[in-house]
Design a binder for this molecule. Structure first.
Ligand SMILES: Cc1ncc(C[n+]2csc(CCOP(=O)(O)OP(=O)(O)O)c2C)c(N)n1
Ligand SMILES: CC(=O)[C@@H](O)[C@H](O)COP(=O)(O)O
Ligand SMILES: [Mg+2]
Length: 635
């Protein structure tokens, strides 16, 4: 693969030394370099391919990093990384110690704002624009946001504020008519109408003519600009009503159109501007173009065939077990409905949707709405399952508290991606759900230790009508245990004893149970007779079980793949309240570290957190004051 022009670019300043006529070739080279890099690492591909020309044009026209360029979600920022001094390290992306898969402030001065969650770019950009104005500076601020990300309320909150402030902020709406899955919602239909109109087709033919004329209009001021944009294009009125100058739709792969338009936008002395750019997700790589959802995020793949190297586990994924269990429950109960926020495949609800299309709702990237929508459904006697990743549910915390918990509504929360997620790193880690749900009065909080337990918990949640209930499960495959056709209804607030010993007790919450059992076996081998229990519930806590473990053992270890303040905090609070911490019990909570852990491999992340077999054994040895024997054992 020859990339003679790209080879001369280390920074955007190098790019800006080229003639405009070279940009096409640079974009082509950038695209092949991107495909080659991601084929070796895996990662987000389709979105980056779609913004290759836009990335080149933006860095060519704007004076980054002084001009601030903010990528929404930032999964599409790989071409930006290649042009901003990170090309050499692209083949380390999402690997331990390598580049992040997202924009990250600590990684580069060209990343003025980090992301991973969607729809933050306009708010952040507006903050930067206002800060610039307060400081009397003159740089530009550009936020690039996708059509999927445009479905979230935050984007409108920001535009509402930007319009009122009349701040000089440039928003590029990158409309590829795709979220991860095909987009849903009225806004998506509205954008489609703007794009499919006759105006867009004629504009493509007149792009050069248009861009030659644009500077005059901007120089003549805002009134003329508005006249121009309204005169040449239909639509855009929603953005105009919010106080933005709307420009577009523009073919985002046509550099001859993009560059002059962006130059004019850069030089315009106006308030907020929205440039509506139309692109194709996966552009320039046939497998990604024809299957944009499957190439949104990829594992390593063969560039020629496009075949992704999916490692087949021996056990089903937790996501699939959740989906099949819910499908089974829905067969028995027609009040069960399922809601996801733009993650149908990620949550397994695509399968539920095939079985029950009218009982499945993809609300777009709108977790807050998803939760309150479920609350509404619950008030009418439906049994909503909100299937949301742990990390994305954070965004809907007030809705969980105010709309669900306070009203004691039986919304079922299926919390996927709980624990370390690996390659997506800190922005996507499912660390905090247990800690943020346990303090809520009346909430039932469960964690499945394996896929059979997950099946039981889906059934339990379906049967539980008293109030809100949640169950968490991790990314990836189960343990391979036998699963019943249908789960059992678990007794609320009761854990299970798995193995009985006498000196050490390990109380696991969630899938760390497997390592707890392995640790127990090793400890037994050292003459430390070890009990293992699966807590199942962090709330209500099985206080009988916890007290028994505390009274009958010298050491009690709690283990969970979650942050501090979660399950361990519940156990400690209970034991402290009943005086069982006054008796010399050696209790040691093992939780995720108090740090935002970068991308890597989940097994290693757990090992570093002391959440694996070796970590549990070491913790027991340390609790018993046997560090030296432990060191010798390890040697
Ligand atoms: C708050 C939040 N919810 C869900 C996601 C998962 N997610 C990542 S990218 C994406 C689709 C974004 O679509 P769009 O903004 O159109 O970008 P595209 O991939 O099409 O370029 C989704 C749903 C997220 N990152 N953040
Ligand atoms: C960028 C983003 O938020 C999603 O694409 C996310 O990376 C998906 O994660 P999973 O692969 O765990 O579904
Ligand atoms: Mg999109």
């Amino acid at each position: 693969m020859k990339t003679p022009l790209l080879d001369q670019i280390d920074t955007p300043a190098d790019l800006r030394r080229f003639k405009e006529k070279d940009l096409r070739q640079i974009a082509d080279e950038l695209r092949s370099d991107l495909i080659d890099a991601v084929s070796q690492t895996g990662g987000h591909l389709g979105a980056g391919l779609g913004v290759v020309e836009l990335t080149v044009a933006l860095h060519y026209v704007f004076n980054t990093p002084d001009d601030r360029l903010i990528w929404d979600v930032s999964h599409q920022a790989y071409p930006h990384k290649i042009l901003t001094q990170r090309r050499e390290r692209m083949r380390t992306v999402r690997q331990e110690g390598g580049l992040s898969g997202f924009a990250k402030r600590t990684e580069s001065e060209y990343d003025p704002f980090g992301a991973g969650h969607s729809s933050t770019s306009i708010s952040a950009g507006l903050g930067m624009a206002v800060a610039r104005d307060l400081a009397g500076a003159k740089n530009n601020v550009v936020s690039v946001i996708g059509d999927g990300a445009m479905s979230a309320g935050m984007a409108y909150e920001a535009m509402n504020n930007a319009g009122a402030l009349d701040a000089r902020l440039i928003v590029i709406l990158n409309d590829n008519d795709m979220s991860i899955a095909p987009p849903t919602g009225a806004m998506s239909h509205y954008l489609a109408r703007l794009v499919s109109g006759k105006t867009y087709r004629t504009l493509r033919n007149r792009a050069r003519d248009f861009t030659q004329r644009l500077p005059d209009f901007f120089r003549e001021g805002a009134r003329k600009t508005e006249e121009y944009t309204r005169g040449f294009f239909t639509g855009g009125t929603l953005f105009e009503e919010l106080g933005f100058y709307y420009i577009g739709p523009i073919d985002g792969h046509d550099l001859d159109a993009l560059v002059p338009v962006l130059k004019n936008v850069r030089d315009a002395e106006t308030g907020p501007i929205l440039v509506h750019v139309v692109t194709k997700k996966g552009k320039g790589y046939e497998p990604a173009e024809s299957s944009a959802d499957k190439y949104h995020g990829v594992s390593k793949f063969d560039v020629i065939t496009g075949a992704q190297s999916k490692s087949k586990g021996n056990a089903p994924s937790y996501t699939n077990v959740f989906a099949s269990s819910l499908i089974e429950e829905a067969r028995h109960d027609d009040k069960i409905v399922a809601v996801n926020a733009a993650m149908p495949a990620g949550t397994g609800l695509d399968k539920f949707g095939e079985a029950y299309p009218t009982r499945t709702f993809d609300v777009g990237i709108a977790e807050q709405h998803a939760v309150t929508f479920c609350a509404g459904l619950a008030t009418e006697g439906y049994k909503p399952f909100a299937a949301i990743y742990s990390t994305f549910l954070q965004r809907a915390y007030d809705q969980v508290v105010h709309d669900v918990a306070i009203q004691h509504l039986p919304v079922r929360f299926a919390i996927d991606r709980a624990g370390f997620v690996g390659a997506d790193g800190a922005t996507h880690a499912g660390s905090f759900d247990t800690a943020y749900l346990c303090p809520l009065p009346g909430f039932v909080v469960m964690a499945s230790s394996d896929e059979a337990e997950l099946r039981h918990m889906v059934r339990t949640a379906a049967a539980y009508d008293e109030g809100p209930i949640s169950f968490r499960y991790p990314r990836g495959n189960g343990t391979g245990v036998d699963m019943p056709e249908r789960g059992e209804v678990l007794e609320i607030g009761k854990g299970r004893l798995i193995k009985e010993g006498s000196k050490v007790a390990i109380l696991a919450f969630g899938t760390r149970l497997t390592d707890s059992l392995a640790a127990a076996e090793e400890l037994d081998g050292y003459g430390l007779s070890t009990t293992v229990a699966d807590a199942r519930f962090a709330k209500p806590l099985d206080t009988d079980l916890v007290e028994r473990l505390a009274r009958n053992h010298e050491v009690l270890i709690t283990v969970e793949e979650g942050s501090s303040g979660g399950f361990a905090a519940q156990v400690l609070q209970h034991l402290a309240s009943v005086g069982l911490l006054d008796m010399g019990l050696k209790i040691r909570p093992i939780v995720m570290p108090d740090a935002f852990v970068d991308h890597g491999v989940p097994a290693k992340m757990n090992a570093e957190a002391g959440l694996d077999k070796a970590g549990i054994v070491s913790t027991v040895f340390r609790a018993l004051g046997r560090e030296e024997s432990e060191a010798a054992r390890r040697a």
